[in-house]
Design a binder for this molecule. Sequence first.
Ligand SMILES: Cc1ncc(COP(=O)(O)O)c(C=O)c1O
Length: 487
Amino acid sequence: MNTRQTATPLFTCLREHAAKNPVQFHIPGHKKGQGMDPEFREFFGEAPLSIDLINIEPLDDLHHPHGVIQEAQELAAEAFGADYTFFSVQGTSGAIMTMVMTVLHPGEKIIVPRNVHKSVLSAIILAGGHPIFVHPVMDEQLGIAHGVTRKDVERTLILHPDAKAVLLINPTYYGVAAHLEEIVECVHHYGIPVLVDEAHGVLTHFHEGLPISAMQAGADMAATSVHKLGGSLTQSSVLNVRAERINPQRVQSIISMLTTTSTSYLLMASLDAARRHLAIHGHQLAQHALTLADTARRRINEIPGLHCVGRELLGAEATYALDETKLIIHLERMNLTGYEAEKWLRKNWNIEVELSDLYNILCLVTPGDDDGTIQILVDALKELSDTFYIEEQREGTPVRIPEIPLLTVSPRDAFYAETVSIPFTESAGRIIAEFIMIYPPGIPVLLPGEQITQENIDYILEHLEAGLPVQGPEDPHIQMVRVIKDW
Ligand SMILES: Cc1ncc(COP(=O)(O)O)c(C=O)c1O
């Protein structure tokens, strides 16, 4: 570790500025909390309010960094193994939109997994680009989607040699990683950059027992959620960039276009401090989480009816590495769904899980956990098993992936087109203007601009009848669907 990493230029500058107790005639108008609701002020505390500041000269400006923000971003780049790091105060969504809009011009193609986060599709709509989808590999037993394979990416690159970039999710929400290095090498062979949605992978850079990070794998850009697992405040994130194929000036101008001019110094200071903590203690923090998760996994696997997924999952192309701090708890022989288990844990044990689906709950073990929190989870799961265990393995609804429909109109044109609402069962052949997604597997069945087929309609109706949550359309019961008028 470079000793420079002990510094926190932005956080320290803010503290020193606040300590001088300046007389403020600028926004924010609460002026160190004095002008705000007293109950909130008291709850929130004096210290954070004193550094809730704005881009006055001594505090630099995220839009034109040249002082302490620039120094903080340079230290972050060093810590994350990037050439440049850009702070995002608009979450990883903002960083993802910046990545996509940096490489994509109107009418150009980008290769993306079908199960991308909605910020990718928002950016494609804004850029006027054309998504080329690759199916993620489905895990039929767990009912979840993993990553894409090198073979599928390469096949798509051969079919679309004019694509401008490939975007990958690594690792997935469930912590599963593909062989990223191999995919990056393959994409670079075709001369285009790789963008990585690293929303769930901030710790990967700091521990060899976790999947490798996007920067370690040679990717060109990575949107990395420091706030999700790296200890910064919610909404703060970073965009890591390697300059070989990406112009950092363009990244700066695009992130500026998408970012508020009132950038939160609380969020940026928390990024500066989280970077220091990760750079100095990241390995130890990740090890702590891994050790706790290992104990939890072993103990959960002793509970009848539950299976906490581990390294046995690995061995295929899309399941090359696993972030074992994520506990995928599969309700193998339990008479309730993941959604019901989530509610039961909330009601009976005051436990909040990260997510649930039909067959699983996902619990995240982080550096913020200790033996006590793991013990509570294990005790709660034992009681869950005592209450809901069944001898027979439950008949699951088989998780199928629908065929990807034909994208007839660009997502942008569909977004801006005049639309009408028509009965869903009569919509075959029409161009949809909204999203339809089913959980599991959380992969969009239809996206704006795609032509609805009878197969799509049957697939969605079948899943609605099975009681699976269908999300996206204005009409939550999917009686009606919005399509492009006169098409
Ligand atoms: C895979 C993935 N990508 C991107 C995001 C967006 O991150 P943020 O909420 O920081 O904008 C999320 C959020 O949950 C996500 O799960």
